[in-house]
Design a protein around this ligand. Structure first.
Ligand SMILES: Nc1ncnc2c1ncn2[C@@H]1O[C@H](COP(=O)(O)OP(=O)(O)O)[C@@H](O)[C@H]1O
Ligand SMILES: [Mg+2]
Length: 406
């Protein structure tokens, strides 16, 4: 047994060396921890780490083990024992007391900041989020797990219970939050509409992935959506995610928030609140919608926006309807209207000036040299095309930056 009685008091055991424990962890997800097993946990396995290798051989899916550990954490919430799981050992070592703060903050969380930490054994940095144990709910992890499998959420590397908290370690996402884009970036109408289509496509993929697994995100807003330099999206912050019963109101809430985000990007107007969006769309009248929309859009653009919003709204209009919450039709429609590569690159130049707004200038001695231009000058610059040339596949793949939340 690898044991580390470090000062943090977080102790991981290597399950790979404990067959009995391994089989316990790999039980069917639906099985509750029974009393025999629980006593085994109390004696021997506090907390638990699953080794990746044995994991692959011995379980049909990592999901079972994740569900098992959630069961344990939930059961042990009041017992003072600690438990946890490492899902990606190349990023986080089981002995995570060696993980040190680097002092950088990715965002101000409601309960505690999301910090950058470094695992001293793997040498990898990751984003660490901490929530109160009392607010922990396995649904959060399950919803997250389903979405990360489709690359629509940051990868969850590990989570563990430490005293009265649950600490989660995850991939640091590259990109900017949708909130940042809405607040700080100026796009012309075509670009804004192009981006809104990309974002809606991503949001619907995430929403559908969760819905089909029976979860709602329940805290969909622009601060919980990351736009990557390739204009894909990742949804995060699963603190409120919930397993739902059939035709849940929660799905409608997610859709209304998606409507608000899409409308804000498309038109600059976020419809004020979920309730107001609901009221406006319940009237089903383009005139009412248009009169409430504080935006410069043309009539044709208003019609198009309204059409998409109504398609979304219709998917959750009546709890008793067949295919309640199913957004496949909207999704197909949106996919047909996706902007072309050239437009996407223009948008990337404006969203990520620090990566793409530079020029190659000749340097007599050493060949070409990179020069950064002032971010704000792009509009004065007659050759936006020059910047677009900087948006290459190679550059997109190489990007290493992430942007701190503001
Ligand atoms: N994995 C991550 N990579 C990069 N930034 C992140 C990551 N997780 C969170 N952030 C940043 O931290 C902010 C707060 O994170 P979030 O999980 O939404 O916390 P809260 O539950 O307090 O809202 C986000 O808006 C985002 O800017
Ligand atoms: Mg949040």
């Amino acid at each position: 047994m690898e044991e580390d009685s470090g000062e943090s008091g977080v102790v991981f055991y290597d399950v790979g060396q404990h067959d009995k424990l391994m089989s316990l962890c790999l039980q069917e997800a639906s099985a509750d921890v029974d009393l025999d097993n629980l006593s085994l946990i109390r004696k021997n396995i506090n907390p638990v780490c699953i080794k990746e290798n044995s994991f692959k051989v011995q379980t049909s899916s990592a999901l079972n083990a994740v569900e098992k550990i959630i069961g344990n954490i939930t059961f042990l919430q009041n017992s003072g024992l600690k438990t946890g799981i490492v899902l990606n050992r190349s990023k986080v070592s089981e002995n995570s007391r060696h993980t040190n703060k680097e002092g950088e903050i990715l965002g101000i969380g409601i309960n505690s900041p999301i910090i950058i930490v470094k695992d001293q054994i793997t040498g990898e940095i990751n984003a660490q989020k901490t929530i109160m144990l009392a607010r922990f709910d396995g649904d959060q992890i399950m919803a997250w797990y389903h979405l990360q499998e489709k690359d629509l959420a940051p990868e969850l590397y590990a989570f563990k219970m430490v005293e009265d908290r649950v600490v989660m370690n995850m991939e640091i996402m590259k990109g900017k939050t949708l909130q940042h884009v809405l607040d700080k970036i100026t796009l012309n109408s075509d670009q804004a509409i192009g981006l809104s289509i990309c974002v809606l496509d991503g949001l619907l993929s995430a929403y559908e992935c969760l819905r089909q697994k029976g979860y709602s995100h329940s805290d969909m807003h622009a601060g919980n959506v990351m736009i990557t330099p390739k204009l894909n999206i990742k949804v995060f912050d699963f603190d409120a995610a919930k397993k739902f019963l059939q035709n849940s109101q929660k799905l409608k809430e997610d859709i209304l928030e998606i409507i608000r985000m899409f409308c804000a990007l498309y038109s600059g107007d976020n419809l004020t609140s979920r309730d107001i969006a609901n009221q406006i769309l319940e009237e089903r009248s383009l005139e009412t919608f248009s009169s409430k929309l504080r935006s410069q859009l043309t009539q044709a653009q208003r019609q198009e926006l309204f059409k998409i919003l109504m398609m979304l709204f219709d998917s959750v209009a009546f709890p008793e309807q067949e295919n309640y919450g199913d957004t496949a039709d909207v999704s197909n429609y949106v996919k047909k209207n996706m902007p072309g590569d050239e437009m996407k690159k223009q948008i990337a130049v404006l969203l990520f000036p620090e990566d793409f707004q530079f020029k190659e200038v000749a340097d007599c001695g050493t060949g070409s040299k990179r020069m950064r231009t002032d971010f704000t000058s792009v509009w004065e610059d007659p050759s936006m095309e020059d910047y677009v040339l900087n948006v290459t596949d190679q550059k997109l793949n190489e990007l290493q930056h992430f942007v701190l939340a503001c």
